[in-house]
Design a protein around this ligand. Structure first.
Ligand code: FE
Ligand code: FE
Ligand code: ZN
Length: 279
């Protein structure tokens, strides 16, 4: 069965997200662990979490893909902003243990004139401070579109971060189809070649989740503007090949397309109808 869901609002808690996911015929979902702009997180409501975990078990939910606030910049030139990113990240990892065994995805950050090398060192440095041997969460680096000075604009930069992390077994990668396309990886005409490249540089065993998005812009545009499935320059057929690819079809697919609930339900139904069940 296709593991698919979309990005949900976490403002009403876990149980509300679980119920929304069921309504959309999703069996996983993504959510911001706190306000996407950062800041104070709401206290965890134990009862809400308990009811959600029961619901998730009863309905065979797959691993969730939580998302760190996108304003965190672990490789900022400003030591205070790096400290803020680290503290928020560490707090989120602690909170994630209420829903054990899921994914926590983050944008590596923007190096802003310091150079990718310096950025990579800061990002790995933060990970080495916040990851703990006892955590059950796997932290995912997201492939980025290479907008501005984003680190993670190619597979090599993600590999360089991973190489510097001590607790390797706590790390994975989330591939965003809009971002890699905008980053110059031609998943439309050469999905096979892109996956071979991913395997050679990072290793497909590190790939834990896919953000399934169409892109408003062309290959290599470095823009990062998501489009609805089939309404962008990647197109429906290429995304259908992504969800059915033998090396990807077992992964959770998260929609981050510009939609309301009805739109997400339609995209989920469409992709489910195009998923080829194999024995
Ligand atoms: Fe993201
Ligand atoms: Fe994404
Ligand atoms: Zn994006």
């Amino acid at each position: 069965m296709l593991k698919i869901g979309n990005h949900l609002s976490s403002s009403k808690g876990y149980l509300a997200m679980g119920k929304t996911a069921l309504k959309l015929d999703a069996n996983t979902f993504a959510f911001f662990t706190r306000n996407p702009r950062g800041g104070q997180a709401k206290a965890i409501d134990e009862e809400d979490v308990k009811e959600f975990l029961e619901l998730a078990e009863a309905h065979h939910f797959e691993k969730l893909v939580a998302h760190a606030p996108y304003t965190l910049n672990p490789c900022s030139a400003d030591a205070h902003l790096r400290e803020f990113a680290k503290n928020t990240f560490a707090d989120d990892l602690k909170r994630m243990e209420h829903v054990p065994g899921n994914y926590y995805n983050f944008h590596p950050g923007s190096h802003v004139k310091q150079g990718a090398e310096a950025g990579i060192e800061f990002i790995a440095g933060m990970l080495n401070e916040v990851l703990t041997p006892g955590q059950s969460t796997t932290v995912l680096l997201e492939t980025m579109a290479g907008k501005g000075s984003e680190v993670g604009r190619n597979f090599e930069e993600l590999r360089a971060i991973l190489d510097r992390v001590k607790l390797q077994e706590k790390m994975g990668v989330c591939l965003d189809t809009c971002h890699v396309w905008d980053g110059g990886y031609d998943i439309v005409n050469d999905l096979e070649g892109v996956l071979e490249e991913f395997d050679r540089v990072i290793g497909l065993d590190r790939l834990c989740a896919v953000h399934l998005n169409d892109s408003m812009n062309g290959l290599g545009s470095h823009k990062d503007r998501h489009a609805k499935i089939g309404e962008g320059q990647i197109g429906l057929e290429a995304l259908v090949r992504v969800i059915n690819h033998p090396k990807l079809r077992h992964l959770p697919f998260i929609l981050e397309t510009p939609n309301d609930d009805a739109g997400y339900a339609r995209e989920i139904a469409l992709l489910r109808s195009r998923y080829e069940e194999v024995e």
